[in-house]
Design a protein around this ligand. Sequence first.
Ligand SMILES: Cc1cc2nc3c(=O)[nH]c(=O)nc-3n(C[C@H](O)[C@H](O)[C@H](O)COP(=O)(O)OP(=O)(O)OC[C@H]3O[C@@H](n4cnc5c(N)ncnc54)[C@H](O)[C@@H]3O)c2cc1C
Ligand code: FES
Length: 275
Amino acid sequence: MYEVVKSEKLTPDVIRLEISAPHIAKKAKAGQFIMVTPTEHGERIPLTMADFSPQKGTVTIAALEVGKTTKQLGRMKAGDKLFSLVGPLGLPTELHKVGNVVAIGGGIGLALMYPVVRALKEAGNHTINIIGARNEKLLMYEEEIKSVSDEFFVCTDDGSKGHHGFVSDILKKLIAENKKIDMVYAVGPIIMMKVIANITKPYNIHTVVSLNPIMVDGTGMCGSCRVIIDGKTKFGCVDGPEFDGHKVDFENLTARNKRYIPEEQAALKRFMEAK
Ligand SMILES: Cc1cc2nc3c(=O)[nH]c(=O)nc-3n(C[C@H](O)[C@H](O)[C@H](O)COP(=O)(O)OP(=O)(O)OC[C@H]3O[C@@H](n4cnc5c(N)ncnc54)[C@H](O)[C@@H]3O)c2cc1C
Ligand code: FES
């Protein structure tokens, strides 16, 4: 069992939990995820580590409450116990000094990009970070990401804070101004990552995206997380979750992530009616 040390809502639909898990915290690296099973008979879901502290022996997750299991996590308070955590899983972010790195996050991706941009900064890169959300109230990790940014941009779809528009607008502007960009890192909704990859492809700017296929075991055995990269089948859990954005078949990923919608809706209905 894994004790929740701290529980807080970042937005009305996003819960952040700091969990005691010393054996995971001491091995965790930026970009990796854990499989979380909240209750003994619950389902396992993959969540990226939004932070980890080997000193405190804790890992932090941030979950957008979209269905049964993430809503279960949304009700967890400090002192509650999670049935199981498995990890760290997946390949860590490749961290090199490449020069100017533009990191872009949207929605729940904001929580996930923080350890990555912190590590990119520590690796000696010039970090240009662009964060976006539908409106100001849904922005997260703003101060944390700003603190590891050499240049920092905020965007909201409704214009309530920063640039009125999409994160991709800022990227296009930087490219139009001939800003030297050595690498782009994007994490967020599939459509956002696809748009970013399409913008950088004609300029041949290396673009890394963090994919979120549906996972079951998280260890390369079930095949649920199949993604097509450069025409070849890869497993998101062991070959990723980060891939070259110019090689990802985003249409296939979008279609595969919709394949259990009736079952997901039924599970959520049963959960909400039972409580
Ligand atoms: C490597 C990896 C890391 C992830 N990290 C995070 C994270 O840090 N925080 C976070 O909030 N989410 C993260 N996700 C997505 C998260 O695992 C799903 O949102 C979760 O499994 C949904 O479970 P549920 O039972 O609450 O909802 P479900 O009932 O399973 O799904 C409800 C709805 O959510 C959407 N959904 C389902 N699975 C996914 C998925 N894999 N990706 C995107 N949308 C999905 C679908 O629209 C679905 O209809 C990650 C996914 C992967 C593969
Ligand atoms: S989740 Fe089963 S193979 Fe990746």
